[in-house]
Structure formats: C-alpha cells, structure tokens
Design a protein around this ligand. Structure first.
Ligand SMILES: [Zn+2]
Length: 161
C-alpha cells in the first residue's frame, strides 16, 4: 500500500517536470522565427543598442525561416507584409555552406530591409570592396565583411542619413 502511494507520487512529479519543459518551449525568444536564427536576431538588437538605438524585433513581428530559395544567386529575401509582419527567408544551401560571419551578414542585410526599411546601396571603395552590406549582390562591388571590417559595416548599416 505504501509502495503504491510512492509510485503515484513519483509519477505525478514526472508529469509536473514534463509540463515545465513544455512551458519553456512554448515561449520562444523570437516568435515565428526559426530557432537557428535567434542568435543573429539577438546580435542585431545588441549591435543597435551599442549604438544607442532601440531595436525590438519581437515587437516588430518579423518572422523568419531558413528554406531553399530557387532563384539564381538569391541568398536571402525580405517580404513586406501589409497585414502581418514582414517575413525573412534565408537560403538553406547558403546557410549550410556559410560560417558565422556569412550568416550574420545575410541576416543583418535582410533585417536592413525588413526592420530598418533600407534599400540597396551599391557604391564601392577604390579597392572594389562594397561600401555597405546593403549591396544587392548583382552589381559591382565585392563583399568584404570580415572580423576586421565588421564594426565599419555594422556602423554603416545603422547609420541614418
Ligand atoms: Zn537586399
């Protein structure tokens, strides 16, 4: 009799801890955003904050996913939603073959469209390097987003002129 009581107590404890896990999972940091993209959404907010800007991507209701984009060299896309939030797609193939900086550059670029409302900027330095990560990728400059140039490009991204 005593043993059966213990077993029931144990089972209900297991059920409670199970429910607790589910509660944690149902509160995503960025709702509607694929979890692999959260670190880059967080970095975008942090880099904005470091420059004195308040960016709240949850409030923006931007959704995002990694999925294959069957369109030539397109590695990312921002779709403007009139009634829902804007939606970002990052190309799955690009994501797989890229490292941290490549992934960050394309997520920041799409947030440049979808959150900051920026268009493309194609101009280049004399070296041929793009002046902005908001380049279209179909024009005339070369990407140079590296650890050593990152702070310039992130400054440029958030500059409002
Ligand atoms: Zn673009």
């Amino acid at each position: 009799m005593k043993n059966r009581f213990l077993l029931i107590a144990f089972l209900s404890l297991a059920a409670i801890s199970c429910q607790k896990d589910q509660t944690v999972q149902s509160e995503p940091e960025f709702p509607g955003v694929q979890e692999a993209l959260w670190p880059y959404f967080r970095l975008f907010e942090d880099e904005a904050a470091a420059r004195g800007l308040t960016v709240d991507l949850v409030a923006s209701r931007i959704t995002a996913e990694i999925a294959s984009i069957d369109e030539g060299n397109v590695i990312g896309r921002c779709q403007y939603g009139r009634y829902s939030g804007n939606h970002i797609t990052i190309d799955a193939e690009f994501w797989t073959r890229s490292g941290h900086l490549g992934r960050e550059m394309v997520v920041f670029h799409e947030l440049g469209h979808c959150y900051l409302g920026r268009g493309h900027r194609e101009d280049a330095f004399q070296s041929g390097s793009c002046a902005s990560i908001m380049r279209s990728g179909t024009c005339c400059c070369r990407d140079a987003y590296r650890t050593s140039t990152r702070s310039y490009y992130v400054d440029e991204l958030f500059s409002t002129d």
